[in-house]
Design a protein around this ligand. Structure first.
Ligand SMILES: [Mg+2]
Length: 173
């Protein structure tokens, strides 16, 4: 679904763009690249590309994402700059502040929300008047509209992108 709003793209890591945190070989590069090309073709304003992954647990993992060159490998493969890569700890803090609800710990937070609910709540907590798309191997194919914040929040299973083809280079008049 493509709306008229500026786009913010969020990428899961494991089984979406890399195999595993401990074995970070790239996967699905062609499919994700084609999808990003298609979005950029439809809409010039892809504002940010961020990571949204439960594999990044805390500040130590946030540093490891850079130091182990996972960030630069993903950036090179997709020809993008990764703007943000929040940890689960940060996601939990943002959602706790927004909702006023305290979780027992990070595991409690992840189990209560799952990936898709955490993403939807984090978008509502932080975003306004944009179209957020999460590409992930473990989400339902679903779009949620928050009218109060003029937000379209789209969950895109990565397997749906396999076979996505890039549009022709020349624009129709
Ligand atoms: Mg995953």
């Amino acid at each position: 679904m493509v709306s008229a709003k500026p786009l913010k793209i969020f990428l899961d890591l494991e089984d979406t763009i890399i195999k595993l945190w401990d074995d970070p070989q790239l996967v699905n590069v062609q499919a994700i690249n084609s999808f990003l090309t298609m979005l950029a073709h439809d809409r010039p304003r892809v504002e940010t590309i961020s990571i949204f992954s439960f594999a990044i647990w805390d500040d130590k993992d946030r540093a490891a994402f850079v130091d182990r060159h996972i960030k630069s490998t993903v950036e090179q493969a997709l020809n993008v700059t990764v703007d943000e890569w929040p940890s689960v700890e940060q996601m939990q803090q943002i959602i706790e502040k927004w909702s006023g609800f305290k979780f027992f710990d990070r595991m409690d937070f992840m189990q209560l929300h799952g990936k898709h609910d955490a993403f939807i709540k984090m978008c509502i907590a932080r975003e306004q008047n944009v179209h957020c798309i999460l590409i992930d191997d473990a989400v339902p194919h679903r779009t949620v509209v928050d009218h109060d914040r003029q937000l379209d929040i789209e969950l895109m299973p990565v397997h749906k992108l396999i076979g996505t083809s890039a549009p022709p280079a020349t624009k129709k008049i």
